[in-house]
Design a protein around this ligand. Structure first.
Ligand SMILES: Cc1cc2nc3c(=O)[nH]c(=O)nc-3n(C[C@H](O)[C@H](O)[C@H](O)COP(=O)(O)O)c2cc1C
Length: 181
């Protein structure tokens, strides 16, 4: 299947933060010359996802490690997707002071499911500027999250600089993947 040159950015949200941060990510990517299609997970199917070479998926965590409900509803569809030719970057929203034992857990849940589609996942992000006891989005030695972690509740002042640095990182990773394919 011919892939769209666009980046597909899919988010789920309960109170709007993940959409707002998605808008910042899309704006930063557009400044690099990319076209970004922003879509609520309620509007997409596995076929939609398969049209893109580059995907970004955003998910907040709710209720002590719970999955945002629209992403939970999408799980079966995601399992149908063959993303073996796609490069996926994840971002997750959470609150590290209120939920320090469950910080951005849903991003870890999504990571497992995206890996199962055959996708390559880029955009891993250092944990050093956060104060978190436990997260399903940690790697084994807790040095990295599986994607960009954003905390609009406790560290909103860091969001813009985190988005800028992460987008710069994933653009470099996209270019490396595009050259390799
Ligand atoms: C009742 C409640 C439960 C929450 N549970 C978690 C949680 O388990 N882990 C976490 O990291 N953040 C948790 N949060 C924080 C939200 O993920 C955070 O506010 C996020 O920005 C919401 O994103 P949204 O507006 O896109 O839905 C919780 C917030 C509330 C109000």
């Amino acid at each position: 299947m011919t892939k769209l040159a666009h980046i597909g950015l899919v988010f789920g949200t309960d109170t709007g933060n993940t959409e707002e941060v998605g808008g910042k990510i899309a704006k930063a990517l557009r400044a690099y010359g990319y076209t970004v299609d922003m879509m609520n997970v309620t509007e997409v199917t596995s076929v939609t996802l398969q049209q893109y070479k580059f995907l970004i998926m955003g998910i907040p965590t709710w209720d002590f490690g719970g999955i945002q409900e629209d992403w939970e509803d999408f799980e079966a569809d995601l399992q149908l997707a063959d993303l073996s030719e796609a490069v996926v970057a994840l971002y997750g929203l959470g609150d590290q002071r209120g939920y320090g034992d469950y910080f951005v857990d849903a991003m870890g849940w999504l990571y497992e499911r995206v890996l199962a589609t055959g996708a390559e996942v880029v955009g891993h992000w250092p944990t050093q500027s956060y104060n978190v006891a436990a997260s399903l989005a940690f790697n084994e030695n807790k040095t990295e999250f599986c994607g960009l972690a954003i905390d609009e509740d406790q560290q909103f002042e860091l969001t813009d600089s985190r988005v800028q640095a992460w987008v710069k990182q994933i653009v470099a990773e996209y270019q490396r993947c595009a050259l390799a394919s």
